[in-house]
Design a protein around this ligand. Structure first.
Ligand code: PLP
Length: 408
């Protein structure tokens, strides 16, 4: 086995230097994972409370992935010759997303967002688009156009194709948005029902309902970016079901296959039909779109969620997390500003100057627990356990977080 120091030395010598942040005691190098356990190159074992950016929501190295891999796999011919697996996955997605939607598959969240944006532009052409402060929709140029943070935009601002107007992520912004819509031709509104990267900000239901009303009134598509929230994490398949709101377009990815890059965009038929009938080649496609093996794994992943009765399981996890974190908030009133959560998605906002990166690193190095630093200014610790997490593991996490809070 190659040791961490040597592996990081290799990485530093070959990778674009802005990609991985490396310091003396960070990062470890992972070598494998199973269930919610993760292993590193020094033989350490960790508990995963991040689901690795919200992807491995059903756990790592699931047996169904191994079973599907053993059956063998092949690559597909995307938009030219469909595979049976892709067709069956599209059918399943259509069943869970709901009647009146049709869609297209892609690989990454950014691709799915691009597909939604392009569909919206086919419906209503304008370079103006509405997004929200704190938004993260990906880093490809279209997706970056609607991503808020300067950390990502700064160097590429001049390349960005859309004129995005960012409003406050709150129901208070509705009158301003309405005024803007009255005076500007706008192609779409794009929103995350729960902002992940901005520090687990959960939209008020009234806010989302008002956006839906505005999108109907001004006849422009409302896009829900559910790349982060999709496939069970809220306790429903999608946050749209949790809030009871039907967006016109929905982007999803991450937890769809739970292991491989697979994403997509589904939209209302009146919008998606504007792509027009195929003349032989799709005008928006990727080599790996609807990869048959990824599609097969996604089908098994969705089957796994259903068999597990994920709605009940997520509600149980939610209640354990709420109890544990509220207890910590009461005990550490001067360290924890707010605890926010929905389903398995939790954010612990810390008082300045406590930085979530420090808490994340301490949990990682001292307690061997993986969480994530989050928030516009690094103020929030993101915690997102897998649906297979057990009560004793949640208790261990709460105890570990308490130990770290004591030291700060
Ligand atoms: C809400 C949301 N949209 C889009 C993306 C971009 O996804 P990807 O990194 O797979 O391109 C992310 C990734 O974190 C996300 O959270």
């Amino acid at each position: 086995m190659i040791l961490r120091e040597e592996l990081l030395k290799i990485l530093k010598s070959v990778e674009e230097p802005d990609f991985t942040f490396v310091e003396k005691d960070f990062p470890p190098v992972f070598t494998g994972a199973e269930g919610i356990k993760v292993y590193d190159s020094e033989g350490n074992e960790y508990l995963d409370f991040s689901s690795f950016f919200g992807v491995s929501f059903t756990g790592h190295s699931q047996s169904f992935v191994k079973e599907e891999a053993e059956k063998g796999f092949y690559h597909g011919l995307g938009d030219l010759i469909p595979s049976e697996e892709k067709i069956l996955l599209m059918k399943k997605l259509s069943e869970i997303i709901g009647k009146g939607y049709r869609g297209v598959l892609s690989q990454n969240g950014s691709d799915a967002v691009e597909a939604c944006l392009r569909s919206a532009f086919l419906y209503k052409w304008s370079k103006k688009i509405i997004a929200f402060q704190g938004a993260y929709h990906g880093t490809s140029l279209g997706a970056l156009s609607v991503t808020y943070s300067n950390k990502f935009r700064n160097r590429f601002e001049k390349l960005l194709p859309f004129e995005t107007k960012f409003f406050q992520y709150s129901v208070n912004s509705i009158p301003e948005i309405k005024d803007f819509l009255k005076n500007n031709g706008v192609s779409a509104i794009i929103i995350e029902p729960v902002q992940g990267r901005a520090g687990i900000r959960i939209a008020e239901k009234e806010f989302l309902l008002s956006l839906k009303k505005l999108s109907d009134e001004f006849d422009l598509p409302l896009i829900f970016d559910e790349v982060f929230t999709g496939f069970g994490k809220t306790g429903e398949y999608f946050a749209k079901d949790y809030f009871g709101i039907e967006p016109d377009l929905i982007a999803f990815g991450k937890a769809l296959s739970g292991a491989f890059p697979l994403s997509g965009c589904f939209g209302k038929e009146r919008i998606m039909n504007l792509w027009g009938k195929s003349k032989g080649e799709a005008s928006f496609t990727f080599t790996f779109s609807g990869n048959p093996f990824f599609s097969r794994v996604a089908l098994r992943n969705l089957e796994f969620l259903e068999k597990l009765n994920f709605r009940k399981k997520v509600r149980e996890i939610e209640s354990l997390m709420k109890k544990g974190l509220s207890g910590l908030k009461n005990k550490y009133k001067n360290k924890i500003k707010e605890v926010r959560g929905i389903g398995v998605i939790w954010g612990i906002e810390l008082y300045h100057p406590i930085d979530s990166f420090i808490v994340f690193k301490k949990l990682l190095n001292e307690e061997r627990i993986i969480t994530l630093p989050s928030g516009e200014n690094g103020e929030t610790l993101e915690v997102l356990p897998s649906v297979i997490v057990e009560e004793k593991e949640i208790k261990k996490f709460i105890n570990s977080l308490e130990k770290i809070l004591e030291t700060l």
